[in-house]
Write a protein that binds this ligand. Structure first.
Ligand SMILES: [Zn+2]
Ligand SMILES: [Zn+2]
Length: 274
C-alpha cells in the first residue's frame, strides 16, 4: 500500500518537535510515498505572525522537496485554525500551498461562548465541568466545524471527533456521541456537497486514545450517504509518529467499502489505491 500522510506538524508549529528535514528523513526510512507538512495557521510560535511561520515552513518544504525528489514527494500546506472575521487577512493563501486543512480547535469556542468559566481548553474543561456544559460546547464546536465544512476555502475537514478524545479518552467522562449524530451528519453532508475530503486522523492511536478520529461507525455514515473522499493524516508533532497506524486505518476503510485515499497537490485532489 502506498502511504500518503497529509497532516504533519514541523517545528514551525509551536507544539511541533521535528524539523522539516528530519521529518523527510524519517518518512524515507519508513518507506512513505508522500508527506504534506501542515503547520498551524495561527500566530505561533510566539512573536511570529500567521504569515511568517507558514512562509518559513513553505521555504523549508520546497528545499526538502528538491533535496529528496527521487525518494519522497514533499508537499506543503497549512492547518487553518478557525473561521476568522472577514477583515482578517489570511495571507498564507498567497502561497502556492498544496493543501489547506480546516480545523476548529476548542479555544475559540470557549472564549466566545463560555468566557466566565475561564477554562483554557477542552482537556481542562472536560476534567471538571458539568457534563451538560461539556455537551453544549461540543454542540457549538460542531456548528463551527459545519460552517467550515460548508463555507471555508479548505480542502480537508480534520479530526472530526477530537473533542471526544479529551472528554472520553483522556478524562473518561463517558459523553455519548450518538446524540451529536445530526450535527456530525450535517458536516459529513457538507464535506460531500463541497467536494472536500474527510480526514481519518490517527493521532489518538499514537497518543492516548485507541480510536481513529472519526471511528468506523461515523466513516460508514459518510460512506452510506455518498462520501468517498478520504484523507489519511497522522497529525504527527514528532517524526516518530508519521503515518502511525495507517495500515490499520486502510484496512478499516476497505472493510467499509472505501477503495481510494486522496491527497492534494496545488489544491487539486488526486487519488491512490488503499
Ligand atoms: Zn488540529
Ligand atoms: Zn494538526
Amino acid at each position: 500500500m502506498k502511504i500518503y500522510d497529509c497532516h504533519i506538524h514541523s517545528d514551525n508549529s509551536i507544539d511541533g518537535k521535528s524539523s522539516v528535514d528530519d521529518i523527510c528523513k524519517t518518512a524515507i526510512e519508513k518507506g512513505i510515498t508522500a508527506i504534506t507538512i501542515t503547520d498551524h495557521a495561527t500566530p505561533m510560535p510566539e512573536g511570529m505572525t500567521n504569515y511568517e511561520h507558514i512562509e518559513k515552513c513553505v521555504k523549508e518544504a520546497h528545499t526538502a522537496a528538491e533535496k529528496y525528489k527521487d525518494k519522497l514527494l514533499v508537499l506543503v500546506g497549512a492547518e487553518r485554525e478557525d473561521l476568522y472575521p472577514a477583515n482578517y487577512r489570511e495571507r498564507f493563501y498567497d502561497f502556492d500551498l498544496d493543501c489547506v486543512l480546516g480545523s476548529a480547535h476548542s479555544k475559540p469556542t470557549f472564549n466566545e461562548y463560555f468566557p466566565e468559566y475561564g477554562y483554557r481548553d477542552i482537556k481542562e474543561c472536560s476534567e471538571s465541568a458539568p457534563l451538560d456544559l461539556v455537551a453544549q460546547v461540543v454542540k457549538k464546536y460542531y456548528h463551527r466545524l459545519a460552517s467550515i465544512a460548508y463555507y471555508a476555502d479548505v480542502d480537508v475537514i480534520t479530526h472530526l471527533t477530537f473533542m471526544f478524545r479529551y472528554i472520553n479518552g483522556y478524562n473518561k467522562r463517558g459523553l455519548e456521541i450518538e446524540p451529536f449524530y445530526p450535527e456530525i451528519d450535517n458536516i459529513l453532508k457538507g464535506v460531500i456537497e463541497t467536494e472536500k475530503s474527510l480526514e481519518v486522523n490517527t493521532s489518538g492511536k499514537a497518543l492516548d486514545w485507541n480510536q481513529f478520529m472519526p471511528n468506523a461507525e461515523i466513516l460508514k455514515r459518510s460512506y452510506d450517504i455518498g462520501g468517498r473522499n478520504i484523507t489519511l493524516g497522522s497529525d504527527a508533532h514528532k517524526k516518530e509518529n508519521i503515518a502511525f497506524a495507517f495500515n490499520n486505518a486502510a484496512a478499516m476503510l476497505k472493510e467499509i467499502g472505501f477503495t481510494h485515499g486522496s491527497y492534494f497537490v496545488k489544491r487539486k485532489r488526486y487519488e491512490y489505491e488503499l
